[in-house]
Design a protein. Sequence first.
Length: 284
Amino acid sequence: MRSHATLLAPLIILVQMLAAPAAAALPRAANVPGGVALVALGPLAPGIPQPRAWLGEQAVLVAADHGQWVAVVGLALDTPVATHELRVVEASGEARSVHFPVVGKRYPEQRITLKDTRKVDLSASDLARVEGEMKTIQALKQHWRATPETDTDFVLPAEGRLTGRFGVRRYFNGEARSPHAGFDIAVPTGSPVKANARGTVLAIGDFFFNGKTVLVDHGNGLLSMYCHLDRIDVAPGDPVEKNQVVARSGMTGRATGPHLHWSVILNGAMVDPWLFVSPNVRTP
């Protein structure tokens, strides 16, 4: 006859499995400026809460993945090529440092001609408006809402030809401008724009460069931003589900034609949205 311990062992294992956090479908790792670093923080232990992590002063998403805690770290396009440090605090309060490398990447160039030179050579009033909007957007990028889980398994927010790669160094009418911090999808005006993951609408706006814009908060420092919209169908605070229509595409703001500009923000950094999309989706 089997002992009670032998009979209970499978049940104990099952309870431990059910109590453990579900593994997230994490983005693909790319330790480059504009990429995402996946930094192992140690094994999961039953009943022990997840550690917390910071890159500088910015909190970082921590997720469970195949029995490990993993920091999912967004790397801004101006991140130096060097070894970087995460500050990690365990549930016990013990603090430690974890280091990870960032290597270089050379992004291609793109030269764009705009007929509306007002969007290139700004007047004093337009410049003042842009500076105010940049402060607003920068504050929104730092937003943090703690959630038990964060959906990082993204779908494309629109159906169309994938253009305007992330990180491209852009020149408007021959003048150097900021790198392209998003991904463009060429779609006709009025095409549905869908949430790439569940979340909550953080903000909407009508900006000089971005045009009509929606920001969706997916939790734990992960945001999506949809720009150049023709119409917005949600309001701040609205919950949204993956594939839910949140807007219609257009060409408001600085745009040479109708398209969706899609950005992903992780711990305050604009990162390559393509890293969050299933590799089975056709490449741009």
